[in-house]
Ligand binder design. Structure first.
Ligand code: HSE
Length: 432
Protein backbone atom coordinates (compact mmCIF):
# COMPACT_ATOMS: atom_id res chain seq x y z
CA UNK A 1 0.00 0.00 0.00
CA UNK A 2 1.26 3.46 -0.89
CA UNK A 3 2.31 5.96 1.79
CA UNK A 4 1.37 9.62 1.46
CA UNK A 5 3.55 11.99 3.51
CA UNK A 6 1.82 14.67 5.57
CA UNK A 7 3.59 17.69 7.08
CA UNK A 8 1.62 19.28 9.88
CA UNK A 9 2.25 22.97 10.52
CA UNK A 10 0.97 23.65 14.03
CA UNK A 11 0.03 21.35 16.88
CA UNK A 12 -2.53 23.40 18.77
CA UNK A 13 -6.11 22.38 19.40
CA UNK A 14 -6.97 21.42 15.81
CA UNK A 15 -3.50 20.01 15.01
CA UNK A 16 -3.73 17.70 18.01
CA UNK A 17 -7.18 16.58 16.84
CA UNK A 18 -5.75 15.80 13.39
CA UNK A 19 -3.00 13.66 14.93
CA UNK A 20 -5.51 11.79 17.07
CA UNK A 21 -7.86 11.12 14.17
CA UNK A 22 -5.05 10.00 11.84
CA UNK A 23 -3.80 7.54 14.48
CA UNK A 24 -7.11 6.38 15.93
CA UNK A 25 -8.94 6.03 12.58
CA UNK A 26 -5.94 4.80 10.61
CA UNK A 27 -7.50 1.50 9.56
CA UNK A 28 -10.75 3.02 8.30
CA UNK A 29 -8.86 5.84 6.58
CA UNK A 30 -6.58 3.37 4.78
CA UNK A 31 -9.59 1.38 3.64
CA UNK A 32 -11.36 4.48 2.30
CA UNK A 33 -8.29 5.96 0.66
CA UNK A 34 -6.44 2.88 -0.51
CA UNK A 35 -3.23 4.42 0.85
CA UNK A 36 -1.69 5.35 4.21
CA UNK A 37 -1.57 8.96 5.44
CA UNK A 38 1.74 9.12 7.27
CA UNK A 39 2.70 12.10 9.44
CA UNK A 40 6.32 12.78 8.46
CA UNK A 41 6.85 15.99 10.40
CA UNK A 42 5.13 18.41 12.76
CA UNK A 43 6.27 22.02 13.06
CA UNK A 44 5.72 23.55 16.50
CA UNK A 45 6.81 26.78 18.16
CA UNK A 46 8.06 25.25 21.41
CA UNK A 47 9.52 21.72 21.49
CA UNK A 48 9.06 21.43 25.26
CA UNK A 49 5.38 22.31 25.45
CA UNK A 50 2.85 19.76 26.76
CA UNK A 51 0.72 18.52 23.86
CA UNK A 52 -2.92 17.55 23.56
CA UNK A 53 -1.85 14.60 21.37
CA UNK A 54 1.05 12.15 21.60
CA UNK A 55 3.56 12.66 18.80
CA UNK A 56 6.90 10.90 18.45
CA UNK A 57 9.52 13.49 19.45
CA UNK A 58 11.56 12.67 16.33
CA UNK A 59 8.75 14.15 14.18
CA UNK A 60 8.83 17.55 15.85
CA UNK A 61 10.68 20.51 14.34
CA UNK A 62 10.54 24.28 14.75
CA UNK A 63 10.93 25.44 11.15
CA UNK A 64 7.57 25.36 9.30
CA UNK A 65 9.15 26.68 6.09
CA UNK A 66 11.66 23.82 5.98
CA UNK A 67 8.97 21.22 6.69
CA UNK A 68 6.61 22.73 4.10
CA UNK A 69 9.21 22.24 1.36
CA UNK A 70 10.89 19.03 2.61
CA UNK A 71 11.22 15.97 0.36
CA UNK A 72 8.85 13.17 1.33
CA UNK A 73 6.04 15.56 2.23
CA UNK A 74 3.16 15.25 -0.24
CA UNK A 75 0.53 17.27 1.59
CA UNK A 76 1.17 20.33 3.78
CA UNK A 77 -1.47 20.91 6.39
CA UNK A 78 -1.42 24.56 7.50
CA UNK A 79 -2.83 24.99 11.02
CA UNK A 80 -0.66 27.81 12.31
CA UNK A 81 -3.20 30.58 11.70
CA UNK A 82 -2.43 34.25 11.07
CA UNK A 83 -2.12 35.83 7.66
CA UNK A 84 1.29 36.91 6.33
CA UNK A 85 3.54 34.09 7.53
CA UNK A 86 0.87 31.48 6.74
CA UNK A 87 0.63 32.93 3.20
CA UNK A 88 4.40 32.81 2.70
CA UNK A 89 4.71 29.26 3.93
CA UNK A 90 1.77 28.02 1.83
CA UNK A 91 3.14 29.77 -1.27
CA UNK A 92 6.53 28.16 -0.66
CA UNK A 93 4.88 24.75 -0.27
CA UNK A 94 2.92 25.23 -3.51
CA UNK A 95 6.12 26.24 -5.30
CA UNK A 96 7.63 22.97 -4.04
CA UNK A 97 4.68 21.05 -5.58
CA UNK A 98 3.02 20.18 -2.28
CA UNK A 99 -0.74 19.77 -2.01
CA UNK A 100 -2.33 22.06 0.58
CA UNK A 101 -4.94 21.71 3.31
CA UNK A 102 -5.69 24.76 5.41
CA UNK A 103 -8.21 25.63 8.12
CA UNK A 104 -7.30 29.31 7.93
CA UNK A 105 -10.29 31.41 6.82
CA UNK A 106 -8.52 34.74 7.35
CA UNK A 107 -5.71 33.55 5.09
CA UNK A 108 -8.17 32.62 2.32
CA UNK A 109 -10.37 35.69 2.71
CA UNK A 110 -7.39 38.06 2.61
CA UNK A 111 -4.82 36.25 0.43
CA UNK A 112 -7.04 33.79 -1.47
CA UNK A 113 -6.22 35.48 -4.77
CA UNK A 114 -2.46 34.81 -4.51
CA UNK A 115 -2.97 31.27 -3.21
CA UNK A 116 -5.57 30.13 -5.75
CA UNK A 117 -3.51 31.60 -8.59
CA UNK A 118 -0.33 29.84 -7.43
CA UNK A 119 -2.10 26.51 -6.81
CA UNK A 120 -3.80 26.63 -10.19
CA UNK A 121 -0.56 27.45 -11.99
CA UNK A 122 1.18 24.50 -10.33
CA UNK A 123 -1.77 22.13 -10.69
CA UNK A 124 -1.87 21.34 -6.98
CA UNK A 125 -4.87 20.89 -4.72
CA UNK A 126 -5.82 23.51 -2.15
CA UNK A 127 -8.59 22.30 0.15
CA UNK A 128 -10.12 24.26 3.03
CA UNK A 129 -13.21 22.50 4.38
CA UNK A 130 -12.27 23.30 8.00
CA UNK A 131 -12.02 27.03 7.30
CA UNK A 132 -15.79 27.51 7.26
CA UNK A 133 -18.13 26.13 9.92
CA UNK A 134 -15.60 23.70 11.45
CA UNK A 135 -16.99 20.18 11.07
CA UNK A 136 -19.95 20.95 8.78
CA UNK A 137 -19.08 19.86 5.22
CA UNK A 138 -20.47 23.08 3.76
CA UNK A 139 -17.63 23.67 1.27
CA UNK A 140 -18.13 20.16 -0.09
CA UNK A 141 -21.91 20.69 -0.21
CA UNK A 142 -21.51 23.88 -2.25
CA UNK A 143 -18.59 22.78 -4.40
CA UNK A 144 -19.76 19.25 -5.17
CA UNK A 145 -23.24 18.50 -3.82
CA UNK A 146 -24.76 21.61 -5.40
CA UNK A 147 -22.35 21.80 -8.33
CA UNK A 148 -25.22 21.58 -10.83
CA UNK A 149 -27.46 24.06 -9.02
CA UNK A 150 -27.71 27.86 -8.87
CA UNK A 151 -27.58 29.26 -5.35
CA UNK A 152 -29.85 32.26 -4.83
CA UNK A 153 -29.05 33.02 -1.19
CA UNK A 154 -27.38 31.72 1.93
CA UNK A 155 -28.15 32.65 5.51
CA UNK A 156 -25.85 31.25 8.14
CA UNK A 157 -24.87 31.16 11.75
CA UNK A 158 -21.17 30.77 11.07
CA UNK A 159 -19.49 31.96 14.25
CA UNK A 160 -19.84 29.56 17.16
CA UNK A 161 -18.59 32.02 19.76
CA UNK A 162 -21.18 34.67 18.83
CA UNK A 163 -23.91 32.06 18.82
CA UNK A 164 -22.78 30.81 22.23
CA UNK A 165 -22.95 34.38 23.57
CA UNK A 166 -26.32 35.34 22.06
CA UNK A 167 -27.83 32.01 23.17
CA UNK A 168 -26.58 32.47 26.74
CA UNK A 169 -27.57 36.16 26.86
CA UNK A 170 -31.09 35.21 25.76
CA UNK A 171 -31.31 32.79 28.71
CA UNK A 172 -30.18 35.57 31.06
CA UNK A 173 -28.17 35.38 34.26
CA UNK A 174 -24.62 35.97 32.95
CA UNK A 175 -22.85 38.99 31.55
CA UNK A 176 -21.40 39.27 28.05
CA UNK A 177 -17.86 39.23 29.52
CA UNK A 178 -18.49 36.08 31.60
CA UNK A 179 -19.95 34.22 28.64
CA UNK A 180 -17.11 35.26 26.31
CA UNK A 181 -14.55 34.11 28.92
CA UNK A 182 -16.23 30.68 28.97
CA UNK A 183 -16.05 30.48 25.14
CA UNK A 184 -12.34 31.34 25.33
CA UNK A 185 -11.68 28.72 28.04
CA UNK A 186 -13.44 26.07 25.94
CA UNK A 187 -11.23 26.94 22.94
CA UNK A 188 -14.02 28.13 20.62
CA UNK A 189 -12.98 31.77 20.35
CA UNK A 190 -10.22 33.03 18.06
CA UNK A 191 -6.88 34.04 19.62
CA UNK A 192 -8.24 37.59 19.31
CA UNK A 193 -11.92 37.17 20.31
CA UNK A 194 -12.72 40.61 18.90
CA UNK A 195 -12.79 38.85 15.54
CA UNK A 196 -15.64 36.66 16.81
CA UNK A 197 -17.80 39.25 18.54
CA UNK A 198 -17.26 42.02 15.99
CA UNK A 199 -18.40 39.83 13.07
CA UNK A 200 -14.93 39.76 11.43
CA UNK A 201 -14.58 35.98 11.61
CA UNK A 202 -18.05 35.53 10.12
CA UNK A 203 -17.14 37.98 7.33
CA UNK A 204 -14.06 35.90 6.45
CA UNK A 205 -16.28 32.84 6.17
CA UNK A 206 -18.99 34.68 4.22
CA UNK A 207 -16.39 35.91 1.69
CA UNK A 208 -15.41 32.29 1.00
CA UNK A 209 -19.00 31.03 0.87
CA UNK A 210 -20.22 33.84 -1.40
CA UNK A 211 -17.32 33.29 -3.78
CA UNK A 212 -18.29 29.61 -4.03
CA UNK A 213 -22.04 30.26 -4.26
CA UNK A 214 -21.98 33.00 -6.86
CA UNK A 215 -18.67 32.40 -8.63
CA UNK A 216 -17.84 36.02 -8.15
CA UNK A 217 -15.02 38.10 -6.71
CA UNK A 218 -15.70 39.04 -3.11
CA UNK A 219 -13.68 41.75 -1.44
CA UNK A 220 -13.73 41.49 2.32
CA UNK A 221 -14.33 45.21 2.76
CA UNK A 222 -17.44 45.06 0.57
CA UNK A 223 -19.21 43.08 3.29
CA UNK A 224 -21.33 45.10 5.71
CA UNK A 225 -20.26 43.91 9.18
CA UNK A 226 -21.73 44.58 12.61
CA UNK A 227 -20.93 42.72 15.82
CA UNK A 228 -22.95 41.65 18.83
CA UNK A 229 -21.18 43.83 21.41
CA UNK A 230 -23.84 46.53 21.64
CA UNK A 231 -26.77 44.18 22.24
CA UNK A 232 -28.27 44.68 25.69
CA UNK A 233 -30.33 42.42 27.95
CA UNK A 234 -33.42 44.44 27.08
CA UNK A 235 -32.98 43.64 23.35
CA UNK A 236 -32.98 39.89 24.09
CA UNK A 237 -36.04 40.30 26.32
CA UNK A 238 -37.92 42.37 23.73
CA UNK A 239 -36.99 39.90 20.99
CA UNK A 240 -38.54 37.08 23.03
CA UNK A 241 -41.64 39.14 23.79
CA UNK A 242 -42.23 39.69 20.07
CA UNK A 243 -41.55 36.08 19.00
CA UNK A 244 -37.93 36.39 17.86
CA UNK A 245 -34.49 35.10 18.82
CA UNK A 246 -31.42 37.28 18.28
CA UNK A 247 -28.74 35.55 16.17
CA UNK A 248 -25.65 36.86 14.43
CA UNK A 249 -26.32 36.05 10.78
CA UNK A 250 -24.04 36.01 7.74
CA UNK A 251 -26.06 36.56 4.57
CA UNK A 252 -25.40 36.62 0.86
CA UNK A 253 -28.13 37.03 -1.72
CA UNK A 254 -28.27 37.31 -5.50
CA UNK A 255 -30.41 40.26 -6.61
CA UNK A 256 -30.96 41.89 -10.02
CA UNK A 257 -28.78 44.83 -8.93
CA UNK A 258 -25.91 42.65 -7.69
CA UNK A 259 -25.22 40.69 -4.53
CA UNK A 260 -26.07 41.58 -0.98
CA UNK A 261 -23.35 40.73 1.55
CA UNK A 262 -23.89 41.33 5.24
CA UNK A 263 -23.02 40.09 8.72
CA UNK A 264 -25.02 41.48 11.62
CA UNK A 265 -27.25 40.53 14.52
CA UNK A 266 -30.82 39.88 13.41
CA UNK A 267 -34.18 39.11 14.98
CA UNK A 268 -34.96 35.62 13.72
CA UNK A 269 -38.57 34.41 13.94
CA UNK A 270 -38.86 31.68 16.60
CA UNK A 271 -40.46 29.38 14.02
CA UNK A 272 -37.30 29.29 11.84
CA UNK A 273 -34.88 26.36 12.07
CA UNK A 274 -32.07 28.90 12.44
CA UNK A 275 -33.70 30.16 15.66
CA UNK A 276 -33.14 26.72 17.18
CA UNK A 277 -29.39 26.55 16.60
CA UNK A 278 -27.97 26.43 20.15
CA UNK A 279 -24.63 27.13 21.86
CA UNK A 280 -21.60 26.95 19.58
CA UNK A 281 -23.43 25.10 16.82
CA UNK A 282 -23.36 26.52 13.27
CA UNK A 283 -25.95 26.21 10.52
CA UNK A 284 -26.17 27.38 6.93
CA UNK A 285 -29.52 27.66 5.17
CA UNK A 286 -29.17 27.60 1.39
CA UNK A 287 -31.83 28.54 -1.11
CA UNK A 288 -31.05 27.24 -4.59
CA UNK A 289 -32.89 27.03 -7.90
CA UNK A 290 -33.14 23.25 -8.34
CA UNK A 291 -32.95 21.84 -4.81
CA UNK A 292 -34.95 24.60 -3.16
CA UNK A 293 -34.11 25.03 0.49
CA UNK A 294 -31.54 22.92 2.28
CA UNK A 295 -29.81 23.33 5.61
CA UNK A 296 -26.43 22.19 6.91
CA UNK A 297 -26.06 21.97 10.69
CA UNK A 298 -23.44 20.85 13.17
CA UNK A 299 -20.39 21.72 15.21
CA UNK A 300 -18.80 24.87 13.81
CA UNK A 301 -15.78 24.86 16.08
CA UNK A 302 -13.86 22.66 18.48
CA UNK A 303 -10.95 20.25 18.27
CA UNK A 304 -12.38 17.03 16.85
CA UNK A 305 -15.11 18.47 14.55
CA UNK A 306 -12.59 20.80 12.91
CA UNK A 307 -9.92 18.08 12.75
CA UNK A 308 -12.46 15.81 11.06
CA UNK A 309 -12.83 18.30 8.20
CA UNK A 310 -9.04 18.64 7.88
CA UNK A 311 -8.53 14.87 7.72
CA UNK A 312 -11.37 14.45 5.21
CA UNK A 313 -9.52 16.95 2.99
CA UNK A 314 -6.32 14.92 3.44
CA UNK A 315 -8.18 11.79 2.33
CA UNK A 316 -9.64 13.49 -0.71
CA UNK A 317 -6.31 14.89 -1.77
CA UNK A 318 -4.77 11.48 -1.10
CA UNK A 319 -7.25 9.98 -3.57
CA UNK A 320 -6.27 12.61 -6.14
CA UNK A 321 -2.59 11.82 -5.61
CA UNK A 322 -3.25 8.10 -6.13
CA UNK A 323 -5.25 8.85 -9.29
CA UNK A 324 -2.71 11.36 -10.60
CA UNK A 325 -5.54 13.87 -10.61
CA UNK A 326 -4.39 16.67 -8.32
CA UNK A 327 -5.41 20.13 -9.43
CA UNK A 328 -8.57 18.80 -11.07
CA UNK A 329 -10.91 20.83 -8.83
CA UNK A 330 -11.03 24.21 -10.58
CA UNK A 331 -9.66 26.91 -8.29
CA UNK A 332 -10.57 29.95 -10.31
CA UNK A 333 -8.48 32.78 -9.04
CA UNK A 334 -10.33 35.98 -8.20
CA UNK A 335 -8.82 37.64 -11.28
CA UNK A 336 -10.64 35.16 -13.50
CA UNK A 337 -13.93 35.60 -11.71
CA UNK A 338 -16.37 38.25 -12.84
CA UNK A 339 -16.78 41.17 -10.46
CA UNK A 340 -20.40 41.59 -9.44
CA UNK A 341 -21.80 44.80 -7.98
CA UNK A 342 -22.42 44.70 -4.25
CA UNK A 343 -25.77 46.22 -3.37
CA UNK A 344 -25.23 49.07 -0.84
CA UNK A 345 -26.78 48.67 2.60
CA UNK A 346 -28.71 51.92 2.08
CA UNK A 347 -30.80 50.06 -0.53
CA UNK A 348 -31.70 47.17 1.81
CA UNK A 349 -35.39 46.62 2.42
CA UNK A 350 -36.12 45.14 5.82
CA UNK A 351 -38.30 45.31 8.89
CA UNK A 352 -36.50 46.91 11.82
CA UNK A 353 -36.36 46.80 15.61
CA UNK A 354 -35.41 50.26 16.85
CA UNK A 355 -34.76 51.02 20.53
CA UNK A 356 -34.37 54.56 21.82
CA UNK A 357 -33.37 55.70 25.32
CA UNK A 358 -35.52 58.74 26.00
CA UNK A 359 -36.65 60.91 28.90
CA UNK A 360 -40.13 60.10 30.18
CA UNK A 361 -41.62 63.50 29.23
CA UNK A 362 -44.88 64.53 27.50
CA UNK A 363 -44.45 64.81 23.74
CA UNK A 364 -41.29 62.71 23.39
CA UNK A 365 -43.05 59.75 21.81
CA UNK A 366 -44.93 62.04 19.43
CA UNK A 367 -41.75 63.74 18.23
CA UNK A 368 -40.02 60.39 17.76
CA UNK A 369 -42.81 58.86 15.69
CA UNK A 370 -43.22 62.06 13.65
CA UNK A 371 -39.56 61.98 12.59
CA UNK A 372 -39.82 58.30 11.66
CA UNK A 373 -42.96 59.04 9.63
CA UNK A 374 -41.30 61.97 7.86
CA UNK A 375 -38.67 59.50 6.65
CA UNK A 376 -41.25 56.98 5.38
CA UNK A 377 -40.61 54.60 8.29
CA UNK A 378 -43.96 53.16 9.29
CA UNK A 379 -44.38 51.72 12.79
CA UNK A 380 -46.02 48.30 13.23
CA UNK A 381 -45.67 48.12 17.02
CA UNK A 382 -44.58 50.58 19.71
CA UNK A 383 -43.84 49.77 23.34
CA UNK A 384 -41.93 51.28 26.22
CA UNK A 385 -40.17 50.00 29.33
CA UNK A 386 -38.17 51.61 32.13
CA UNK A 387 -34.43 51.31 31.39
CA UNK A 388 -33.44 50.78 35.02
CA UNK A 389 -34.96 51.52 38.42
CA UNK A 390 -32.58 54.37 39.22
CA UNK A 391 -33.01 56.43 36.04
CA UNK A 392 -35.70 58.60 34.53
CA UNK A 393 -34.94 57.06 31.14
CA UNK A 394 -37.31 54.78 29.35
CA UNK A 395 -36.66 52.47 26.45
CA UNK A 396 -38.98 53.05 23.51
CA UNK A 397 -39.02 50.13 21.12
CA UNK A 398 -40.49 50.45 17.64
CA UNK A 399 -40.96 47.51 15.28
CA UNK A 400 -41.35 48.83 11.77
CA UNK A 401 -43.09 47.72 8.63
CA UNK A 402 -40.77 47.14 5.69
CA UNK A 403 -38.61 50.21 5.19
CA UNK A 404 -35.55 51.21 3.21
CA UNK A 405 -32.34 51.19 5.25
CA UNK A 406 -31.27 54.61 3.90
CA UNK A 407 -34.54 56.10 5.17
CA UNK A 408 -34.17 54.45 8.56
CA UNK A 409 -30.61 55.71 8.96
CA UNK A 410 -31.67 59.23 7.94
CA UNK A 411 -34.47 59.10 10.54
CA UNK A 412 -31.99 58.01 13.23
CA UNK A 413 -29.72 60.95 12.33
CA UNK A 414 -32.65 63.39 12.61
CA UNK A 415 -33.61 61.87 15.97
CA UNK A 416 -30.01 62.33 17.16
CA UNK A 417 -29.98 65.93 15.86
CA UNK A 418 -33.19 66.63 17.77
CA UNK A 419 -31.48 65.35 20.96
CA UNK A 420 -34.32 62.89 21.56
CA UNK A 421 -32.39 59.68 22.21
CA UNK A 422 -30.02 60.09 25.14
CA UNK A 423 -27.92 57.07 24.17
CA UNK A 424 -27.08 55.72 20.70
CA UNK A 425 -30.23 54.04 19.36
CA UNK A 426 -30.19 50.28 18.82
CA UNK A 427 -31.05 49.04 15.32
CA UNK A 428 -31.60 45.34 14.73
CA UNK A 429 -32.85 44.08 11.39
CA UNK A 430 -35.70 41.61 11.46
CA UNK A 431 -35.06 38.54 9.30
CA UNK A 432 -37.88 37.65 6.90
N1 HSE B 1 -13.80 31.25 16.49
C1 HSE B 1 -14.52 30.47 15.54
C2 HSE B 1 -15.96 30.39 15.99
C3 HSE B 1 -13.91 29.10 15.44
O1 HSE B 1 -16.26 30.76 17.13
O2 HSE B 1 -16.79 29.99 15.19
C4 HSE B 1 -14.28 28.37 14.19
O3 HSE B 1 -13.98 29.07 13.04
Amino acid sequence: MRDIGVGLLGLGNVGAGVVRLLYENATAIEARLGARLVIRGVAVRDLQKTRLAEVDASLLCTDPMELATRDGIDIVCELIGGEEFARDVVLAAIAANKQIVTANKALLAVHGEALYTAAEAKGVDLYYEAAVCGGIPIIRALREGLASDRVESITGIVNGTSNFITSAMASGGSSFEEILATAQREGYAEADPTLDVSGGDAAHKLAILAMLCFGTRVQLDAIHVEGIETLAEIDYAMAKKHGYVIKSLAMAKRLDAGIELRVHPAMVPQSWLLADVPDTKNAVYVDSYALGSSMYYGAGAGMMPTAMSVVSDLIEIGRNICANATGSMPLRSQRQLPATAVVPMSALRSHYYLRFSVEDRPGTLGKLTTILGEHRVSIANLSQRPMAEDTELIAVVALTHEAIEGDVQAALSSIADAGLSLAPPQLIRIAS
